[in-house]
Write a protein that binds this ligand. Structure first.
Ligand code: CTP
Length: 397
């Protein structure tokens, strides 16, 4: 995902410095070239050898260290960088960068970098709240630095408050948003639906399906990483919300209908990966239904077909993509849905094919438009999402 990209991790003196080791490792696994810079103080918290072992690159600490290839040419590294993350960023380093003081390897390199620079402050909560520090962060934002708000929690100094460096996984997401994939969806507004819906029978029970939301969440994440502005309307799922995506939680088909239809007119692309209930109990008992000796039949009524509504009210140049899950006659049934619901594309999968469908991390889909059918082999849901987006862009450009 990050092949050919250089990430500069600038580490300053804070106890959170040790957490950057797992970030460096995660970036390396994604094939990034990872260059770590440390202040002299940071070396007190984590040994440069840790970073050197993880990244395969010399960890740069002092401008006057002659024993590495960049030597006095810190500018060479600055030119190579695709993104710089200063994390943890101490009050001292923030103050120096904000006021143009460049007196070591880290500050000189950061100042020489023209690429996107991201700062993750980490310090005692009173230091963080200090108006001088806050003013310095505003200066950095003014000059285009992105400041990641510190997490709130128990700090190493014993205080509780804002000042914790966010977890490496979140820092990674900031980096990925910046440099993963070509930003070929920049300027596009995309609405994705995902997950199942739940239709209540009584306060205890509901009807749902096996959807986990994985496919829809993968699509939302990939749209975001390719630069789109993404809204994800999600039924109940247990998976983590993708970062930098506006998530709207819903439970029932009716709620999904309302949240989707009121946003639809503002969207360039709508991708409906949710497994929406086609029927719901005609009435919901306000009290728990007690069992009886007889069998039970629950009268059901149709829910609104959200996708059909969207197809009938499609605005000009809007692209509408549905999903179709079948157990037989997949292509024929999916083509019927494409036409009936006025879709531009339908992504079909056969639940009976190994590696396709709910729950797993893979899918096997056929992408159907009015003109063609593209069958993809078994691949991860994230890869599948990327291929679906390629086809959507091909059809819209
Ligand atoms: N869908 C929807 N609203 C519903 C039901 C389905 O928007 N009330 C959408 C799904 O999000 C999916 C597509 O319609 O994108 C296909 O759903 P599916 O249930 O497979 O198809 P149906 O049209 O309901 O047909 P059938 O039940 O006959 O398979």
């Amino acid at each position: 995902m990050l092949k050919g990209k250089t990430v500069v991790l600038a580490v300053s003196g804070s106890i959170a410095a040790y957490k950057i080791a797992s970030l460096a490792s995660a970036l390396k696994k994604l094939h990034a070239n990872v260059q770590v810079l440390m202040t002299k103080n940071a070396v007190n918290f984590i040994n440069p050898i840790t970073f050197e072992s993880l990244t395969g690159n010399k960890c740069l600490v002092d401008t006057f260290d002659r024993n590495f290839q960049y030597s006095v040419e810190h500018v060479a590294l600055a030119k190579q960088a695709d993104v710089v993350l200063v994390a943890p960023a101490s009050a001292n380093v923030i103050g120096k960068i904000a006021h143009g003081i460049a007196d070591d390897m880290l500050t000189t390199t950061v100042m020489a970098c023209k690429c996107k620079k991201i700062i993750a402050p980490a310090m005692n909560t009173n230091m963080f709240d200090n108006p001088i520090l806050q003013d310095n962060l505003k200066i950095l934002e003014h000059y285009g630095y992105e400041v990641i708000s510190p997490a709130v929690g128990y700090l190493a100094c014993g205080d509780t408050g804002a000042g914790k460096m966010p977890e490496p996984e979140l820092l990674l997401q900031y980096i990925l948003r910046e440099i993963a994939y070509e930003k070929d969806m920049q300027g596009k507004r995309v609405l994705v639906t995902a997950g199942p819906t739940q239709e209540s029978i009584d306060p205890v029970r509901f009807i749902t399906n096996h959807s986990t939301g994985k496919m829809g969440y993968a699509i939302a994440k990939m749209c975001m990483l390719r630069g789109a502005e993404v809204t994800l309307v999600s039924g109940p799922t247990s998976i983590a919300k993708p970062e930098f995506v506006h998530v709207v939680d819903v439970v029932t088909a009716k709620e999904m209908y309302e949240e989707v239809t009121k946003r639809a007119k503002d969207q360039d692309i709508i991708i409906k990966a949710a497994a929406v209930a086609d029927y719901r109990p005609k009435s919901v008992s306000s009290e728990k239904m007690k069992k009886k000796d007889d069998d039970l039949a629950i009268p059901m009524e149709r829910t609104d077909d959200i996708l059909k509504f969207l197809g009938e009210h499609k605005k000009e140049h809007q692209f509408l993509c549905g999903f179709s899950m079948e157990t037989e006659n997949m292509l024929e049934n999916s083509r019927k849905k494409l036409e009936k619901k006025h879709l531009d594309m339908i992504v079909a999968n056969n639940l009976k094919v190994e590696g396709a469908g709910f729950a797993g991390d893979t899918n096997v889909v056929t992408i159907i438009t009015g003109q063609e059918e593209v069958s993809l082999g078994k691949m991860t849901k994230e890869e599948t999402a990327l291929r679906i987006l390629d086809e959507i862009l091909k059809a819209t450009n």
